[in-house]
Design a protein around this ligand. Structure first.
Ligand SMILES: Nc1ncnc2c1ncn2[C@@H]1O[C@H](COP(=O)(O)OP(=O)(O)OP(=O)(O)O)[C@@H](O)[C@H]1O
Ligand SMILES: [Mg+2]
Ligand SMILES: [Zn+2]
Length: 321
């Protein structure tokens, strides 16, 4: 009698996703040190294709491009103008958008505000948190003044359960916070590993495309290497936005690293306050007024010369990767 195939072991760079059959001290792909972690990979009985069919229901068939219906009018236009711009003019139905950033930078805050706006304007939104309880979400919502009538919240890590819920409730939009805390039970490696993060994002991509539900993912940037960073997902998702800023300053920049539906030239500037992220529509004036160089540093800042000249957008100024 044949025994089940033992899971294969591979080593994956948690920074860029490069894989190797043996452990490497330095990643030949991205050059980072000590980023290789052993992961168990189950021999894949259900191929990607089989899964795709399960999600989409039927096999795709070719159709004349001329008959494909899509206009910019399909986008969900947002009142949050900075965010709307960075997305290329609104949320594209069926798009998978990654919002990456350092721990504590404000990803959940921004995503909850976005979810609230879409819920108020367009219809129900499902916000799934893999790292916070619904009570914690409520606490944040209260602080941000979010009523949340059509905003459904769920604390769940099991991606199969999340997908089932999305297929059942068919919201106008969904948020998965964060991609590193959800898992597929069919993938044996731990939540947050390259294999889990990739497979999970792949499944959500299929769901987004087949259901036309736009899905936003929060993704932690981290340097320790135990959690797969957003870079692993950059080629899978449609749009990659990074939320950046300096820890002790209130300004935040949202920049687009990749966008299949718009240019990557736009940046959004926000100020993080108790009451949430507030758009700064005239950044230079805001910074010059009472917080000289608070976030950007290229303006003279007499009280702290050590910070002068630091630009948060410059490579290495803070950890985007
Ligand atoms: N009661 C509060 N009043 C004001 N600001 C707060 C309060 N609680 C949290 N914050 C701010 O919100 C930030 C956390 O925001 P948020 O949870 O949206 O970040 P995140 O990027 O989702 O973090 P994580 O990586 O933990 O998921 C804190 O770093 C802090 O600056
Ligand atoms: Mg968060
Ligand atoms: Zn690497």
């Amino acid at each position: 009698m044949k025994t089940a195939k033992a899971p294969r072991s591979i080593f994956a760079c948690q920074e860029c996703g490069n894989q190797s059959t043996k452990w490497l001290g330095r990643c030949p792909e991205c050059g980072n040190w000590n980023t290789y972690v052993e992961e168990q990979v189950q021999a894949k009985p259900s191929s990607q294709g089989a899964r795709a069919r399960r999600v989409t229901g039927a096999a795709a068939h070719p159709m004349p491009l001329a008959e494909v219906q899509f206009t910019n009018a399909n986008r969900l236009r947002l009142g949050m103008r900075e965010l709307n711009q960075v997305l290329g003019g609104g949320i594209v139905p069926g798009s998978l958008v990654l919002v990456g950033g350092d721990p504590g930078i404000g990803k959940s805050t921004l995503l909850l505000q976005l979810a609230s706006e879409v819920a108020a304007t367009f219809g129900s939104v499902l916000y799934v948190s893999g790292e916070e309880s619904v009570q914690q979400l409520k606490l944040r919502a209260q602080r941000l003044g979010i009523p949340g009538d059509r905003l459904l919240v769920m604390a769940e890590n099991d991606l199969d359960a999340i997908i089932e819920q999305l297929e059942k409730s068919r919201p106008m939009m969904a948020v998965v916070d964060s991609i590193q805390t959800v898992f597929l039970s069919g993938v044996t490696s731990a939540p947050g590993s390259v294999s889990q993060v990739r497979e999970s994002a792949g499944r959500l991509m299929l769901l987004a495309k087949s259901s036309h539900i736009p899905i936003f993912l929060a993704g932690h940037v981290n340097k320790e290497g135990a959690i797969a960073g957003p870079r692993v997902l950059e080629h899978i998702v449609d749009t990659v936005l990074y939320l950046e800023g300096e820890r002790h300053h209130s300004f935040r920049i949202l920049r687009s690293q990749k966008n299949r539906f718009g240019s990557t030239d736009e940046i959004g500037v926000f100020e993080m306050r108790d009451s949430g992220m507030h758009e700064v529509s005239d950044p230079s004036r805001a910074f010059l007024q009472d917080r000289p160089a608070a976030a950007f540093g290229q303006w003279h800042r007499p009280e702290s010369p050590a910070h002068a000249g630091r630009d948060p957008r410059a490579p290495g100024a803070h950890s985007t990767r």
